[in-house]
Structure formats: C-alpha cells, structure tokens
Design a protein around this ligand. Structure first.
Ligand code: PEP
Length: 249
C-alpha cells in the first residue's frame, strides 16, 4: 500500500516565535488519519522545529537545497548541512523556485541526485502552467518535467521519491484542479513512471496533489484512487485547517 502523506509548505512565512507558536498549535491537534505528516518551515527555523518535534510523528523537512556538496555558493544550503541538523527530506522543484529563481529541470536533476547521495528523501514538485493546460499540453509538459529531472534515476531510488503534482495555475490562487482533473493527471503520471520503471515502482510511488487544497475540498480530492495526499501551502499555516486536511485522508 502506498504511503499517504500531507506536507505543509510554509514558504517564506513565520518568524522564530511564530514558528514556535504554530508548532505548539500543531502538537495540540489530534490525528485520526494514518497519513504521514510533514512541515517545511524556513531554513532559519529548522533546528528549533526539529527540537520541538523530537518526540512527535510530524517530520520537519526543508523547502530547497543546492545541488553541490559544498563550496562557493553564497547564500545556499547543502544536503549535508540539512542532514547535520536531522533533516532527511527536502522539497525540490517547487514552481516558485522554478519561476522566481530560474531553476531548470537540469538543475533539479542534479539536486535530486545530490539529495539521494546524502540519503535524503525528495518531495519532487512539478506541474503545468495555465497556458499549457489551455493548449492541451499539460501531459506533454508534465512528462518532460519528469523525464528531464528524474529519469536518470534507478528504479530503487524511487523508494526515496515522493511526487507532488502541482498545476501552477492552482497554487495560491484559490483555484483548484477538479478532483477529476487531479485523478486524470495522477493516473497519467503513474502510467509515465510505469512506462520507464515498470508497474511495481509506479504502483508504490506516492503522488501528492498541490494547489489550493483547503479543509472544504481536501476530502473529495483525496478520495481519488491515484491521489495519495497533498502538498499544502496557505492552509498549512493554520493548525486547525492543516489538521482538518490531514484527517481528510
Ligand atoms: C504550494 O505552494 O505548494 C501550494 C500548494 O500552495 P497553496 O496550497 O497555497 O496553493
């Protein structure tokens, strides 16, 4: 059975004390689903978040990392730095990284390899823009994103990969893919993985949906057979909303 996951991407929100408050509020929530829960605070708050959630099942993950092991990359963070503070999972390829920081599929291929070389797991984000969908190119775009950033991996590497399909037009816009649109794309993604790595890998990789998931729409989206959970932006900043989503699985 595939792992169900709900991951909260806090983006560039929450200062040190706000992070503490939100973690306290999350810790007070009760979980009734068996979903694995992850939160991604900003870099500066990772050590305190790890410490605060030491005895919790909530995993603290990073929002990004660099593709080099170390060196002259001012302002960047390496996989081994994350590992040294007990972070073992990183989000890579978020559409905001692609759009505002010019991350390419080629950069992401290197980042994914670097994360895996450091025994980290990856939540790999990808998804089409509105124009792609309007011109019916969404499957072609998604296929090329997967191929260019992930298809250099071995089948075994997929044990450490979680896929997060996030149509760019649905991120932070309040507009959500319909449950049917999400299911159709997730089935296509699984088929694409199967065509390269076989059914066993495709059937075991978790595919999350991201894009304006809220307490009111989570259950319907998560009820689709190929949707294994969600990557949540805005709604992950409120403990009640986030846990309503977690428990919607
Ligand atoms: C995201 O940034 O990954 C995301 C899904 O954001 P939101 O839930 O706010 O659309």
């Amino acid at each position: 059975m595939r792992t169900k996951i709900v991951a909260g991407n806090w983006k560039m929100n929450m200062n040190f004390s706000e992070t503490k408050d939100l973690i306290n509020a999350l810790s007070a929530q009760s979980q009734t689903s068996d979903a694995k829960v992850m939160i991604a605070p900003t870099y500066t708050n990772l050590p305190s978040a790890v410490e605060a959630l030491e005895n919790s099942s909530i995993e603290v993950i990073a929002q990004n990392m660099h593709f080099a092991e170390n060196g002259a990359y001012t302002g960047e963070i390496s996989a081994s730095m994350l590992k040294s503070i007990d972070i073992s999972t990183v989000i890579l390829g978020h559409s905001e990284r692609r759009a505002y920081f010019n991350e390419t599929d080629a950069d992401l291929a290197k980042k994914v390899s670097q994360a895996l070389a450091n025994e980290m797991a990856v939540v790999f984000c990808f998804g089409e823009e509105l124009e792609d969908r309007k011109s019916s190119q969404e499957e072609a775009v998604v296929k090329s994103q997967l191929k260019n950033a992930l298809f250099h991996l071995e089948a075994d590497d997929f044990k450490h990969i979680v896929l997060a399909y996030e149509p760019v037009w649905a991120i932070g816009t309040g507009e959500t893919a319909s449950p049917e649109q999400a299911q159709d794309m997730h089935a296509f993604i699984r088929k694409t993985i199967a065509s390269k790595y076989g059914d066993e890998v495709a059937d075991s990789v978790s595919i999350l949906y991201g894009g304006s998931v809220k307490p009111g729409n989570a259950q319907e989206i998560f009820s689709k057979p190929d949707v294994d959970g969600g990557l949540i932006g805005g709604a992950s900043l409120k403990a009640d909303d986030f846990f309503t989503i977690v428990n919607a699985i």
